[in-house]
Design a protein around this ligand. Structure first.
Ligand code: AMP
Ligand code: GLY
Length: 443
């Protein structure tokens, strides 16, 4: 067959295979997903539910509630959706994939994201710890206690080296982790969770964990349940203040790649963590199609798992996707069809940096509804919307994390400089962003 004819056939096939895709979520991560998906010739129509003021540039926002599976399912069938990508963890932990599996018609529509069982890797830290122990995956030593074992827990703290880490077992929006420097803090933390219901149901079991000293990074894995692809590594900056000080947030910025995650280190990550994780899921007969976000601590060159998430990170996704050159929908199809191994993942050698702009007062109380201006002045970055909405043609703030500015440049230094400069070109009352994103990686 002539090359010309085979190319023509490829074009025809890809046209026929064009898909309607439903993306669930409304944050900066979903804006980045929407941006990337909309570039694919395989995407016919993209719906984002519920989306935000920015996602409508890449597809059609639809007013669905993420945890109302019945409405989501009905929308999928009525709109001839071929693939569903789930952004945040909550619908996964609540079983959206299982809901689709149980329905005769919906069963045919692939959902990118694990079922309830797999989502427990994020939904229960006790489950994740037991999984890692069972499959010999390196992680900090730990022990779990519940309301009925409170006194044993308090006794256990007495002999535990300090500092130590207390973690609410369930989903606590990133707030359920306490690093305790003193025994008094640890006791108060445990009593707060187990007796005073400080984190509600999420804290009804508490994990006491050894403190790991090192540098953190995030590794993202895409899997069809058999094979996997490791996406670009990234590091996020969680705290509100410069120098990573102050209160924890959803994430104030990110960079990719992480310079210390070199080939040797990533080989250790793949051999001791990624492969045993995918293998462990198979051994435990947990069907898993989707992303695994592994929070790691580099302790003197050795990787340890701090946590699993069953989704991509925010704002890591913005930096990670900026560096993926291959067709992202192709990769998602590889997951859906179980042939991810045959799909290509091409990663740019350039570096990406993301700076998150927040509402004044975040992560505490803030006043939404501020008019955003200056996005058109951004020179060489992508602007991903997060907490925004449109009213009377104006873009207004509507959340704590408002926008994410992502720049892709030849060096990490240039990417960081550009993202910070472009963040400064955007204005609204109370605007705040950190100017030291990536600074610790630049020495
Ligand atoms: P997690 O919600 O498990 O990611 O924990 C939130 C943050 O607490 C992490 O990003 C780390 O900065 C810190 N952390 C969690 N576990 C440990 C640990 N075992 N040792 C040191 N720091 C930890
Ligand atoms: N950036 C951390 C997270 O998405 O959980």
């Amino acid at each position: 067959m002539s090359r010309c004819l085979s190319k023509y056939i490829d074009v025809v096939i890809s046209y026929i295979c064009r898909m309607n895709i439903l993306l669930l979520g409304s944050g900066g991560r979903e804006s980045a997903f929407a941006w990337k998906i909309s570039q694919s010739p395989l995407c016919k129509h993209l719906f984002i539910a519920p989306g935000n003021a920015g996602t409508s540039a890449y597809g059609e926002n639809v007013g669905l509630s993420l945890n109302d599976f019945k409405s989501v399912g009905r929308f999928v069938l009525e709109n001839n959706i071929h693939l569903v990508l789930v952004g945040p963890e909550e619908p996964l932990v609540n079983g959206i994939s299982n809901y689709f599996d149980k329905d005769e018609k919906l069963r045919e529509i692939p959902v990118i994201g694990p079922g309830e069982e797999g989502a427990r890797l994020e939904g229960s830290k006790t489950f994740a710890k037991a999984f890692m122990r069972r499959h010999y995956i390196p992680t900090a030593a730990s022990q779990s206690f519940s309301k009925v074992s409170l006194s044993e827990g308090l006794a256990y703290l007495q002999s535990h080296p300090l500092p130590l880490v207390l973690k609410a077992d369930g989903l606590a929006s990133g707030k359920g982790v306490l690093i305790c420097q003193t025994l008094e803090e640890a006791e108060a933390g445990m009593i707060g969770m187990l007796q005073e219901d400080r984190f509600g149901q999420a804290g009804s079991t508490v994990v006491v964990e050894q403190f790991l000293e090192g540098t953190e990074l995030s590794v993202f894995v895409l899997t069809d349940g058999n094979s996997h692809k490791i996406l670009p590594s990234a590091k996020d900056y969680k705290r509100i203040g410069e120098g990573d000080t102050g209160l924890n947030t959803g994430g104030m910025g990110s960079v990719s790649p992480v310079p210390f995650a070199d080939e040797d280190f990533m080989k250790k990550v793949e051999d001791t963590i990624v492969t045993p994780t995918i293998g462990g899921l198979r051994i435990d007969q947990i069907r898993y199609k989707g992303f695994i976000f592994i929070g790691l601590m580099n302790v003197n060159g050795e990787p340890f798992v701090i946590e699993y998430n069953v989704r991509m990170g925010d704002p890591e996704t913005q930096s990670v996707l900026a560096r993926i050159e291959s067709d992202f929908v192709e990769l998602l199809m590889g997951v859906a069809e179980g042939n991810l191994k045959e799909r290509e993942l091409r990663i740019s050698s350039k570096a990406a940096a993301t700076v998150v702009l927040t509402s004044g007062g975040y992560p505490g109380k803030y006043i939404p509804g501020k008019v955003i201006s200056g996005i058109e002045n951004v020179r060489d970055s992508l602007v991903f919307h997060a907490g925004t909405r449109v009213e009377d043609g104006q873009v207004l703030t509507s959340g704590g994390r408002v926008l994410a500015v992502t720049s892709l440049q030849d060096t990490l230094f240039d990417a960081v400089q550009q993202a910070i400069a472009d963040a400064g070109r955007i204005y609204y009352d109370g605007r705040y962003f950190r100017t030291d994103i990536g600074a610790d990686m630049l020495d």
